[in-house]
Design a protein around this ligand. Structure first.
Ligand SMILES: O=C(O)CCC(=O)C(=O)O
Length: 300
């Protein structure tokens, strides 16, 4: 990790808080017009996609049944639509309108959609923040998603850390998560276990299986995680406003509950990783860069 002395966007206290807690809420990062435009564009995408040629891939995250079909595995350079778990009847037909059946849209919004690209790869505030944080030497944009967290059915996201799913050696994932709607206890706001990035090692990684599909591979426990004092305190719920930014360290434990409210909880999120020679990203990872779409550098 590097450190800067002349800060361009963050205050030193925010940087210290990020390193202490493993996440940081930055209020009002996106202006209202940008949030409205991203929300409208997300809804347009949901209206435009054709369910008739869709394989009905649902987004499942369990240890034994994580999504891993071709539609998912080849989505790294596309804009694709992953359904909620409980939206098909026994005949495999959607039980609600497609716009209200999608769990998330991914994984190359930041490359392919001009509006999402502007907020991600062409955003001077992101570049300033990244330089201030000094988390990476030369960060690359890996993936992006709109998580729709549909009213009443928007699925729980169980406790996890992002470096398990977006693995580099050493782990280097960093999440940027923007609520596009108000996040509350009822609609599935994120909650975090502060400090867990210092105590909870990355013990497994999500991989493409040689036999097809996806699964988890166990990792050796890193030596620098032993002897760390145990955590005191529990999960902290972070209720956020549209346009806030939540920065998420790849090792911090976090989760969100099912959306039991009567309104959606849209959020836009993208992830960065470190580039070689500081970290390696190998062919076991589910998401693979292509010749036509290599991972873009953030600090060009
Ligand atoms: O949006 C959510 O509910 C979960 C997001 C999350 O856990 C992540 O982006 O790592």
């Amino acid at each position: 990790m590097t450190s800067n002395t002349r800060l361009e966007y963050l205050a030193q206290e925010q940087i210290d808080k990020f390193h202490r807690d493993g996440y940081l809420v930055v209020s009002g990062f996106l202006d209202t017009d940008t949030v409205t435009a991203l929300l409208n564009r997300s809804k347009e995408l949901l209206t435009e996609f054709d369910i008739n040629d869709h394989p009905l891939t649902r987004f499942t995250t369990g240890d034994d049944n994580h999504v891993g079909d071709d539609y998912f595995l080849t989505s790294g350079d596309k804009i694709r639509f992953f359904l909620e778990q409980d939206v098909l009847d026994q005949n495999g037909k959607l039980t609600r309108p497609k716009e209200k059946a999608v769990n998330k849209i991914g994984h190359a919004l930041h490359e392919l959609d001009p509006l999402f690209r502007k907020v991600t790869l062409e955003n001077q505030h992101i570049k300033r923040l990244v330089r201030d944080l000094g988390f990476h030497h030369n960060p690359l944009a890996l993936q992006s998603m709109v998580i729709t967290k549909q009213q009443q059915i928007g699925g729980e996201v169980p406790e996890h850390n992002d470096s398990t799913f977006l693995y580099t050696d050493p782990p280097s994932a960093l999440g940027f998560w923007f609520p596009l709607e108000k996040c509350t206890a009822e609609n599935g706001a994120l909650s975090f276990l502060p400090g867990s990035h210092l105590t909870a090692p990355i013990t497994k990684r999500f991989v493409r299986l040689p036999t097809g599909g996806t699964g988890f591979e166990q990792l050796p426990v890193p030596a620098d995680c032993s002897g760390t004092p145990p955590l005191t305190g529990g999960y902290v719920l972070e209720c956020c406003e549209p346009g806030d930014l939540v920065l998420i360290h790849g090792s911090v434990l976090h989760k969100s509950e099912k959306n039991r409210s009567s309104s959606t909880r849209f959020a836009y999120t993208f992830h960065m990783i470190e580039s070689p020679p500081y970290a390696t990203y190998d062919e076991k990872n589910w998401l693979q860069p292509t010749k036509a779409m290599p991972f873009s550098r953030i600090l060009t």
